[in-house]
Write a protein that binds this ligand. Structure first.
Ligand SMILES: [Zn+2]
Length: 297
């Protein structure tokens, strides 16, 4: 083939790839292409492990474990309004986790690469994942890639490439650090395409107290190209954010201001949702114990 034609085709495919990741809308989710029409898509509806029903679709996996590395390190980085979300990219590259479960032979290390948020003008529809059909006000995603790969881009195409920790939020009346620090910065990135430097908080401080009790399932990126390469971790305990802080997110200029920045829940298609334990439910004192240990079965 003529080298010039080859070059033209190469440029065209690169443009296509980058266009796919930029030119999409939450308005027409049904038309998202390729992997977005697959069988292991995210987000999904999670059964509430603390209010079990007879036909509960969660299995206990007592080998599920999450260890955090350098989550207590003070972050430095950039917060950007890209029109689809507000994303924080750290300067540090040493932060990560170790993840163990029954389905992986050895514990796997993942490198933290960015966090971002999903929200909606309506407080009751902000999160992507729902619990027993109920959405929460906001959802935080901490994105990690398998440390055996060189970059997020490379890992995102591999079966064992990505791990995302999801945190659901309930509203409260009192401002809560470090979210106050983040939302105070939002006024500097109110327009799409703007960026600001932020510092002074740790990843650990973004999480609720309990990160031992969580759900895990195999899913996908929740935005195009929807790669089905994500191990999802959803913490059982909710984080809190004040109504005022939430309104700072809702006041940002975004590309789809009226529909909310989150995808509809997707069918499980036979996938299993696992839980690390149900200890957190003991704190709530509202539950009946009885998750069956997946490893003992
Ligand atoms: Zn996300």
């Amino acid at each position: 083939m003529n080298p010039l034609v080859l070059l033209f085709l190469l440029i065209l495919s690169l443009i296509n790839a980058s266009l796919e990741s930029v030119l999409w809308s939450y308005l027409d989710q049904e038309s998202w292409a390729n992997a977005c029409q697959g069988k292991r898509q995210s987000p999904v509806d999670l059964p509430d492990i603390c209010y079990q029903k007879q036909d509960l679709k969660v299995k206990l996996d007592s080998k599920l474990r999450l260890s955090l590395f350098f989550y207590d390190e003070r972050l430095r980085g950039k917060l950007t309004n890209n029109g689809h979300t507000v994303v924080f990219i750290p300067r540090q590259q040493n932060i990560g986790i170790e993840f163990a479960s029954s389905s992986v032979k050895n514990p796997t290390n993942y490198t933290f690469t960015q966090f971002h948020f999903h929200w909606n003008p309506d407080d009751t529809k902000g999160s992507e994942h729902s619990v027993d059909g109920v959405r929460k006000a906001l959802e935080l995603h901490l994105v990690h890639f398998n440390s055996k790969y060189k970059s997020f881009e490379e890992a995102s195409k591999k079966q064992d490439g990505l791990l995302v920790i999801g945190v659901l939020f309930q509203e409260c009346f009192k401002d809560k650090e470090p979210y106050k620090g983040i939302t105070d910065s939002l006024s500097r990135i109110s327009k799409v395409g703007t960026t600001t430097d932020v510092t002074g908080f740790t990843l650990r401080s973004l999480l609720p107290t309990n990160f031992d009790t969580f759900y895990s399932y195999e899913g996908s990126l929740t935005t195009p190209p929807c790669n089905e390469t994500v191990t999802w971790i959803l913490l059982a305990e909710y984080q809190r954010i004040s109504y005022k802080e939430l309104s700072e997110f809702q006041g940002l200029s975004v590309l789809d201001p009226d529909v909310g920045l989150r995808r509809q829940t997707q069918p499980l298609n036979g996938r299993t949702i696992y839980a690390s334990n149900d200890d957190y439910c003991g704190i709530k004192k509202t539950r009946k114990r009885g998750l069956q240990d997946f490893n003992a079965a």
